[in-house]
Design a binder for this molecule. Structure first.
Ligand code: SF4
Length: 329
């Protein structure tokens, strides 16, 4: 896991993304979908932060804002002390080179008509002053770094297996020497037998290049293996956050407990009580009052439907947003 130096590389403060989804006749009033509704997090340099939650919880929209693919409605993204949302053209170019992404589906994210040399070399052609020869040797070096052969630069994506295609995606993300990589479900489209290889590759590269990862995932075993710290999202908000081992050993929020109980135990002999989550994830257009989780929560009690819970720290370094908890001490 981490090669942390203790300094935050990325800080997200009060980040919101609200989409206008409908308007009344003649557009006089708007309805808002609150995809991300005020999240705060920090990622220390050289560590991996995992954002987990069901589909539609806002984790992908958060990643898109960090990649500057979506403009936040409100809040700050601070990268290495700089406000990433208020950069001049040159600093924005540097930011975009420093913050790269590896996506879930290596089929969809690689242009099938380009040779691997073009796919990996493209960011270098656009963003650097390297000569053709320098780009060629850089591409070959990157292929070796991700466990492929230099001669494979001449092939097309369909000539590779799923795991190899994801290695190409990783090589492309590394081309500009980034400091932060957003890993958007990087192994969930791969065969189980290949997942560990890609996770080990990502860990080796993190160690080697002091990389920082923001990992978006719904697969809890992947998060547990890869991440130093985990934030659990529900309907656009982080409802619990802790160091990985603390979160998995001592989940506090009823939603986190339900997510974990729904995941298979690591061994069939391990006693496993599954908490069934009732109902669908409510619409972020019209979220439930009070605690957004209350219609599905088996522990809901009197204040939950009417009052929003605030952040508490019942254990040092462990945040939870739930009326069942108060600050330690
Ligand atoms: Fe459940 Fe209430 Fe806690 Fe929300 S605040 S998670 S409804 S107990």
């Amino acid at each position: 896991m981490s090669t942390s130096n203790g300094n935050p590389l990325l800080q997200i403060k009060g980040l919101k993304k609200h989409f206008a989804v409908a308007s009344s006749l003649f557009g006089r009033s708007k309805t808002w979908l609150k995809a991300v509704d005020g999240i705060d997090l920090e990622i220390e340099e050289g560590t991996t932060y995992g954002l987990v939650g069901e589909s539609g919880c806002g984790k992908t929209t958060t990643a898109k804002m960090v990649l500057l693919l979506e403009e936040p409605t409100e809040g700050e993204i601070v990268f290495d002390g700089m406000n990433a949302l208020d950069l001049n053209k040159e600093d924005r170019r540097v930011y975009k080179a420093s913050v790269q992404a590896v996506f879930q589906d290596p089929w969809a994210s690689l242009n099938p008509r380009m040779r691997v040399s073009g796919i990996i070399g493209e960011p270098l052609e656009v963003n650097s002053t390297m000569t053709k020869g320098e780009i060629k040797s850089r591409v070959e070096g990157l292929l070796v770094e991700v466990g492929l052969q230099p001669a494979q630069a001449n092939l097309f994506p369909h000539e590779f297996s799923g795991g190899q295609r994801q290695r190409i995606g990783v090589a492309r993300a590394l081309a500009l020497n980034p400091r932060l990589i957003v890993l958007d479900e990087p192994v969930s489209a791969l065969d189980v037998s290949i997942r560990a290889q890609i996770m080990n590759l990502l860990e080796d590269l993190q160690e080697e290049h002091k990389l920082t990862y923001l990992m978006i995932a719904h697969h809890l075993a992947t998060v547990r293996y890869m991440c130093d710290k985990v934030g659990v999202m529900y309907l656009g908000r982080i409802v619990e956050e802790a160091e990985t081992e603390e979160l998995f050993d001592n989940p506090l929020h009823p939603y986190t407990k339900a997510l974990m109980s729904a995941a298979l135990p690591s061994h069939p002999d391990i006693e496993h009580e599954e908490i069934i989550l009732t109902g669908e994830v409510p619409s972020p257009v019209d979220p439930p009052s009070g605690c957004h989780f209350h219609p599905r929560c088996m522990q809901a009690f009197e204040p939950c439907a009417g009052t929003s819970p605030v952040i508490t720290h019942p254990v040092a370094g462990h945040k939870v947003v739930c009326h069942l908890f108060s600050d330690e001490g």
